[in-house]
Design a binder for this molecule. Structure first.
Ligand code: ACO
Length: 308
């Protein structure tokens, strides 16, 4: 018994903050941000809470999966910007959508969605659950220091969700490799009530190397070759990281899904937002082999191969 993705949903706040807007806040330029990161604009949740964004994305995923909330066995939310210290955002979401079963949050920064999906797959494969709502949601604008040009240009807000269900058919999560190295925590972190701090240049190199290794292992474990991958959906942190990763893996750039120009780095929400858009745009079809990969604070990283 394995698991498959049933339906997806997203929420992106209406407020757009462009690179030109940022030029008025800090000493930066559209040219620097575009060439160094690929980002042109990002969404900012001015009115929307983390819970509201998670709810809209989650309800859309349920609708697209033709799933009633009462059929869910669990709700898992990946976030580094929870609604409250406790209870978990997942418990609050469970109440909002009137879901059953159990609910909890995952803290793995930008790798949070991959960690949550891996766990959902394990719980389904072990028979503990049959249907799980997995959400990645972030309101990073509240943990960004808007006077620090080295970080404030990178991040954005949003939510993405997916319903995962048990599957005996060909659509399955085929492999998953997760890693962390806590000794490297201070390369990227935020204290409680503090702002995101990042050693960007150091992280860049580690990101490419570790995601490449995890991707190779996940592709291998799935019994596939890089040329069998129909779509690469990487965490959207930096266009140069994505390009370098695709090139090292021998996956043509056209097979990489990229939406970083619109949203920046939305941490745990980045992969589910990309998944949803890839499906809507017809870039991802049933039967395709998809490679997901992420790297983030912890440090945490991983890769997953699934037959959609
Ligand atoms: N505008 C203009 N100049 C800037 C800006 C800016 N916004 N930010 C930094 N600079 C300057 C620096 O001060 C530096 O100037 P100096 O040479 O005079 O000292 C110069 O630009 C180069 O800075 P670098 O940090 O070396 O620039 P780099 O090319 O490495 O790009 C970036 C920085 C975009 C942060 C990149 O390193 C990166 O993407 N790193 C990885 C990020 C990542 O993967 N994060 C993972 C997930 S995040 C999570 O888990 C929450």
């Amino acid at each position: 018994m394995g698991s498959r993705l049933l339906g997806t949903g997203i929420y992106l706040p209406g407020d757009v903050l462009t690179n030109n807007d940022l030029e008025k806040l800090v000493d930066t330029s559209d040219e620097w941000i575009t060439t160094r990161t690929g980002i042109k604009e990002r969404r900012i949740a001015k009115e929307e809470s983390v819970l509201q964004m998670a709810k809209i994305a989650g309800e859309e995923a349920l609708k697209n999966s033709e799933t009633d909330p009462s059929d869910l066995d669990a709700v898992v939310v990946a976030t580094l910007t929870p609604e409250k210290r406790f209870p978990s955002t997942a418990c609050l979401l469970q109440a909002e959508i009137s879901a059953k079963g159990f609910a909890f949050d995952i803290s793995a920064a930008c790798s949070g969605f991959l960690y949550a999906l891996d766990l959902a797959d394990s719980m389904i494969s072990s028979g503990k659950a049959n249907k799980i709502l997995v959400v990645g949601v972030e309101r990073l604008s509240e943990v960004v220091d808007w006077s620090d040009r080295s970080t404030c240009v990178l991040f954005g807000d949003g939510a993405g969700a997916v319903v995962v269900e048990s599957s005996e058919g060909p659509s399955q999560i085929l492999s998953s490799k997760l890693y962390s190295d806590g000794k490297l925590w201070d390369i990227l972190y935020a204290d409680c009530d503090g702002f995101i701090k990042m050693k960007g240049r150091e992280l860049f190199k580690i990101a490419v190397r570790s995601m490449e290794e995890a991707c190779r292992e996940a592709i291998d474990e799935a019994g596939l070759n890089p040329r069998d991958i129909d779509l690469l959906i990487p965490h959207q942190a930096n266009l140069r990281i994505i390009r370098s990763l695709a090139q090292k893996l021998g996956i043509p750039e056209e097979k990489a899904f990229i939406n970083i120009e619109k949203y920046g780095n939305t941490s745990a929400a980045s992969i589910p937002i990309a998944l949803h858009e890839a499906i809507k745009e017809g870039r991802l079809r049933r039967g395709d082999n998809v490679l997901l990969t992420a790297m983030g604070g912890g440090l945490t990283w991983g890769a997953m191969v699934l037959k959609y």
